[in-house]
Write a protein that binds this ligand. Sequence first.
Ligand SMILES: O=C(O)CCC(=O)C(=O)O
Length: 300
Amino acid sequence: MEMEKENVSASDHPGARRQLLTSGYCLFPQVLDQGLLEELRRVTDALLDEQSQADRERYRYQGSNISVAYQDAVFARLFTWPKALQALADLGFARPKWMSAFLLSKPPHAPPLYWHQDWWAWDDPASASPVPSQVFLMYYLTDTQRENGCLRLIPGTHWQRNPLHDLLPAAHTNETYEANPDSVIFSIRPDEVDVPVKAGDLIIGDARILHAAHANQTDHHRSLLTLWYLPDYDSLSDAIKARLMLIRPAQPPGWSETPAGKLLEPLIPSYQGSAEPIAWNRVPGRYLVPAGASPEIVTG
Ligand SMILES: O=C(O)CCC(=O)C(=O)O
């Protein structure tokens, strides 16, 4: 029995859900295969070539901020990748919906990405739940380490207040895009951890967690696909569902009839009700637990 336990991968491990709930992220090694990785590198490199100079400048801290959805059928394969959906199911999320995805690619010698969190419905009581309402699935297309801009995060900040919360402006606003490189939003934090990965590993994280990325000090670009999912869509409030209908990527005409469209269709969220969309609020507020509380508050 013990032997079996030692051989299980992170994706089978019951500890992965506990880690997601208490620390705010977990790692599933080698989820993408080489063929898909190569196709993704080819398609994303072409998208990067098409970027305008204005976008390169505006998103210099992200490296790029390109919404990816319907440009190429490979993305529908990625969003519905069975090993990733299995990882979500192993975490207890058997009926997820896909929300959006972005290509963040740091060119050679690019600056760090600022600290931020990505949840946007902080007025909804679900913001206090130990279970995430929204998760990222991050796939780096190259191996990462500190030198080429790996992910950094502050464990536990998805449920617990941290001194950094008081220092950050709302994420992804002009204040962050135009921040000075010596701003506190780029600071080294005492409680941060690096999350280096191999290409094709999958990091699943809570949208509420504080995270950032190191500078890319190498001569090679470092690409990341961040996919956003609603892990338990049915449980979301109508106000959140109504807002999601306003922000989802627009499908090109006829796309739902294509093989890629049919593949992705079961993961597309829908809402026919008449609720008022919840306000867009990226500032974490009363639903975070004060610093000093025990993680038992999360797992019970
Ligand atoms: O570039 C990175 O490594 C982090 C990207 C990120 O913060 C995000 O996608 O929300």
